[in-house]
Write a protein that binds this ligand. Structure first.
Ligand SMILES: CC/C=C\CC/C=C/CC(=O)SCCNC(=O)CCNC(=O)[C@H](O)C(C)(C)COP(=O)(O)OP(=O)(O)OC[C@H]1O[C@@H](n2cnc3c(N)ncnc32)[C@H](O)[C@@H]1OP(=O)(O)O
Length: 289
């Protein structure tokens, strides 16, 4: 409830809370975890996630992300968005594990509703979305990239991308799966989902998780040149085509949002699932020591 109110405030009081300022002729607005700048080709915004250390999608981060997208959708001068990260070496570590561990069912339900909302807004956006994947992109990080119309990834073997949920002892929801199938086909998706495969950039390109792999220092310039190409297509025909391709996948969640929230809440509340998440979090900690 409090978050919903904050969201309304942020959206409508854009210039007060989401600061909007002029920098060298470019416009920018920022909230704490998402920076949006208009630069490069006209009509293009660059959206940078900045929720260190790993751009995990906490409830606050999801909310700010959704609000920023909503603002861009409402700005008729913006036709395309390049999605990238300000955290070195990390695109996004995906959903915030601490939002799914040790909390109560009401919190899980609220969190999941916001995950759904961001996904629906990104996946059905009328704008051209290009991701400049400049770091690791597991699970929900991969989900963000999959929502885009085109994916450019940095050629660094340390960076991996994929829906690795099964490695955590959890299951990718059906709409994550549907989007994976739409992108890489049924057989590859079936195998990658069961194994929780995290692909290197070269593997991701081969299987079709990303569209292009370029040297790390060229990720942004490549994303811009891809955007220029897409901007040359008339908006109305591109948008109608995108809608035709994506509507069925989005509708299958829209039809059952409440049931999906309940399913997530009861699944994640299970002792066995909480135990798996605990073990995974411990493993992440031990990796350091
Ligand atoms: C019915 C449906 C049911 C369920 C569906 C639920 C769907 C979930 C989808 C998801 O997105 S689940 C999240 C999956 N994410 C991951 O598996 C990524 C885990 N993280 C990593 O592999 C690594 O952290 C990294 C490759 C992203 C970065 O590595 P590195 O640079 O070496 O950083 P650290 O590992 O040291 O991490 C720093 C710090 O951040 C914490 N952290 C990492 N990932 C997350 C996360 N997703 N959520 C929350 N926190 C995360 C990590 O524990 C470290 O914390 P410290 O307190 O130890 O500093």
């Amino acid at each position: 409830m409090a978050l919903a109110a904050a969201r309304r405030l942020l959206l409508h009081a854009g210039s007060r809370l989401g600061r909007r300022e002029a920098v060298d002729g470019a416009r920018r607005f920022a909230n704490k975890r998402v920076l949006v700048e208009t630069e490069g080709p006209a009509g293009v915004a660059v959206m940078k996630l900045r929720n260190p250390p790993v751009n995990s999608l906490s409830l606050e981060c999801l909310t700010e992300f959704t609000i920023s997208l909503e603002k861009l959708e409402n700005d008729k001068s913006i036709r395309g968005v390049i999605l990238t990260s300000e955290c070195p070496g990390i695109f996004s570590a995906g959903l915030d594990l601490l939002e799914m561990y040790g909390r109560n069912p009401a919190h899980y339900a609220e969190y999941w509703k916001n995950v759904q909302e961001l996904w629906l807004r990104l996946y059905t956006s009328n704008m051209i979305l290009v991701s400049a994947i400049n770091g690791a992109s597991p699970a929900g990080g991969c989900l963000l990239a999959l929502c885009c119309d085109y994916r450019v990834m940095a050629d660094n073997p340390k960076y991996t991308i994929g829906l690795n949920e099964s490695l955590l002892g959890i299951v990718a929801p059906f709409w994550f799966k549907d989007m994976y199938v739409n992108t890489i086909g049924h057989r590859e998706a079936e195998r990658a989902l069961q194994l929780g495969t995290l692909f290197s950039p070269a593997e991701a390109l081969k299987v079709g998780v990303v569209d292009e792999v370029v040297p790390e220092d060229q990720v942004h310039s490549k994303a811009r040149s891809v955007m220029t190409k897409w901007l040359a297509i008339p908006d109305h025909s591109r948008q109608l085509t995108k809608n035709m391709m994506r509507k069925a996948t989005a509708d299958s969640l829209i039809k059952q949002r409440e049931a999906d929230i309940q399913n997530f809440t009861s699944f994640i509340s299970k002792d066995s699932i909480q135990k798996s998440l605990h073990m995974y979090l411990e493993k992440l900690k031990q990796k350091k020591g």
